[in-house]
Structure formats: C-alpha cells, structure tokens
Design a protein around this ligand. Structure first.
Ligand code: PLP
Length: 346
C-alpha cells in the first residue's frame, strides 16, 4: 500500500502560517516559479465568478500546454497528476489484471491498483542506480499497463526515451505510462517530442518545476485512442477556476519558470557537491532532490526534525536501506542543512 499522509509531520503544523521549519520532504519547490503569482491571484479574484462552475472547455489552457510542449497530441487535465493515476487504473485495469511498475518508485498508484482488484508486479533492477529497462522486458509480459517515472522518484535516475519507445513497441497492447513529474529538471527532452506510439501516455505536473503544488494541476498527453478511453470518466468540471487561472498565468510567464528551474538545478548540484566533498555518501538526481545514504538514517531524520529541517526517510523502499531523500530548498535552507548534517556527524 502507498503511505498514508495522515501520520506525516505536516499534520502537526499549519503550513500556511509562519513556522520555523524547512520542509525538504515532499519535493516541493521552495517558492513559486513565478513569484508574482499571489499578486496576480489577489487582483484576479475580484473579477472571478466563483459562484459559477469552472470553464469546462479549458481550451485556452490546453492550447497553451500544446504550445509549451510543442505537440498536437491530445491533452486531458487533472487535479494534480495523482488523480490521473486513479482514472488510469479505473479505465485500463480490471480485477485480476497485472500492472508492472518499475521500481523502487513513487507509490501513489498502489491504492488505485488495489481498489481495482489488480496485481502490482514490481520490477526492481539489480542495480537501482543503473537500471537496464530493456533487459527487464521479459518481466513485463502479460501486463495491461507498465508504469514508470522518468526521472524516477526516489532514485533520481533517468531512462532513455529510446528505451521506453523500444519497450512500448515490443508490447503494443500494453499501455505505457511515463510519469514526467520531474522532467523539467533533467537533461532529457520529454518523450512527447518523439514520435510516440498510441500506447504511450505521458503525465506531467505543475507541482515541481512550476512550484504550484498547492493548486493541484496536472495533465496527460497521449494518442486519440487512449484519450477517448480516459475521457469517458473525466469530469470536465474538476479543474477549479483558480487552478486554471494559475496554469495559464504560469505558461504566459514561462521564461520565469525556466529561470526558476535553472536555480533549483544549480542548488541541487551545489548541495550534492558540498556533501560529497565533506565525505557524505550522496547520490545526485535528475529531479529536485538528492539522496543521502547513511547507517543511522532514522536517527539523522529525527535529529534534523528537532532542528527544524524535515527530510524523508526512504529506507523502506526495495534496495534502499539507509537512504534519505532531501528535496532542494532555497540557498539558505541548504546552507542550514549542511551545518546540521555536520553537527550530526561530530
Ligand atoms: C513521480 C511523481 N509523480 C507525481 C507526483 C505528484 O504530482 P501531482 O502533485 O501533480 O499530483 C509526485 C509527487 O511527489 C511524484 O514524485
């Protein structure tokens, strides 16, 4: 089962009030990618007719997304890409079906697989930091769906688009979901830029590079065939008015988003290099996080929490004993973290 959020540290604080914690646990952005978003919303809200249902056609937003992604593939919007995972399972899985998941990876899909009475076939490479996904194709036979995250959370690895296309062509009857929640931080172009086959669905998020996790906006890009299947259960009213406004606003200010991504990547590499030079066992990623491997991982997570820095222990994931995931915060949050880690080591 996926982890429940209810026991999380965040239940203890009101994240919208002033607090002294550095939240480096959920791979959010330390700030919105377009800092003027709050001013934009406060001005715009005076004009919005919140008594009316949201714009159901969402045409303007979809067209902006097609332009941004340089694609004419079909697009469906969701309340965060997580809610696409639910529709995916409801649409393509039946009781007894198998879905292969290339892991260790994001587990939010797990409850939806269980709810459909389907089976999860977790495929874990021998070396989780050098996964050879095409060599694992024999483990994907009889799968209705294959799910992978590219770049992968939490290992941070990047699969080649060529390999994914190869797998999708080997199994034309299987739906391949490529979760690109972190793609903007990586050196890869989205697989949507390739000539993708009809059985590929690319999912994207406004929560990471855009820094708008709070508005809950995600989308998928896919063939007409998959689109029409998913559309059957898509509620056109489900993207709220404010999320649509912010989505369009962000895409109209895309250069600021790119600048923000550049800064996060710079801070990520700086944190990785600093900790490596200090002798820590660290793993860089193609996302907005790094991994730290340490013997007394739980002790370290608790120590950091007592100092106001919240990290994510990932040691329960397969082949990830001793691993802690650190989301990339602001420059000052990173500097504080380095100090605390050094203190802990002494
Ligand atoms: C791989 C992956 N996909 C999707 C999400 C969630 O995206 P959203 O906020 O759009 O639901 C996460 C969040 O951590 C993630 O790690």
């Amino acid at each position: 089962m996926s982890e429940k959020y209810t026991n999380d540290f965040r239940d203890k604080i009101d994240i919208h009030s002033n607090y002294d914690y550095s939240l480096l646990d959920w791979n959010e952005s330390p700030s919105p990618s377009v800092p003027s978003v709050n001013d934009f919303i406060s001005n715009r809200i005076k004009l919005l007719k919140l008594n009316l249902y949201p714009n159901v056609s969402k045409k303007g937003l979809v067209e902006k997304l097609q332009l941004f992604n340089e694609t004419n593939k079909k697009i469906l919007l969701y309340n965060g890409s997580d809610s696409f995972l639910k529709d995916l399972c409801m649409t393509f899985l039946s009781p007894g079906d198998t879905i292969s998941v290339i892991g260790p990876t994001y587990t939010q899909i797990d409850p939806f697989i269980s709810a459909m009475g389907s089976k999860k076939n977790l495929i874990v490479p021998d070396n989780i930091f050098e996964p050879k996904i095409t060599e694992m194709s024999h483990k994907m036979t009889n799968s209705k769906v294959v799910y992978l995250s590219n770049p992968n959370n939490p290992t941070g690895v990047l699969y080649s688009n060529k390999d994914i296309l190869k797998l999708a062509s080997l199994f034309p009857e299987t739906i391949f979901v490529v979760d690109e929640a972190y793609i903007e931080f990586s050196k890869n172009d989205s697989i949507i830029r390739e000539n993708i086959s009809d059985n590929i669905i690319v999912s994207r998020s406004f929560s990471k590079a855009f820094g708008f996790a709070g508005i809950r906006l995600g989308y998928i890009m896919t063939s007409d065939k998959c689109y029409y299947e998913l559309e059957k259960i898509n509620n056109p009213k489900s993207i709220n008015t404010i999320a649509q406004e912010v989505g369009r606003f962000a895409l109209s200010n895309i250069n600021e988003v790119y600048g923000h991504v550049k800064e996060v990547v710079h801070n990520r590499d700086r944190l990785y290099n600093t900790l490596r030079d200090l002798g820590f066992d660290v793993y860089n990623s193609f996302g907005n996080f790094i991994l730290l491997k340490i013997k007394n991982n739980i002790e370290l997570v608790n120590y950091c929490e007592s100092k106001g820095i919240i990290l994510r222990d990932r040691s329960s994931f397969p082949k990830m004993e001793g691993f802690i995931r650190i989301s990339i915060g602001s420059k000052s949050q990173i500097d504080d973290l380095v100090k605390i880690l050094l203190e802990f080591q002494q």
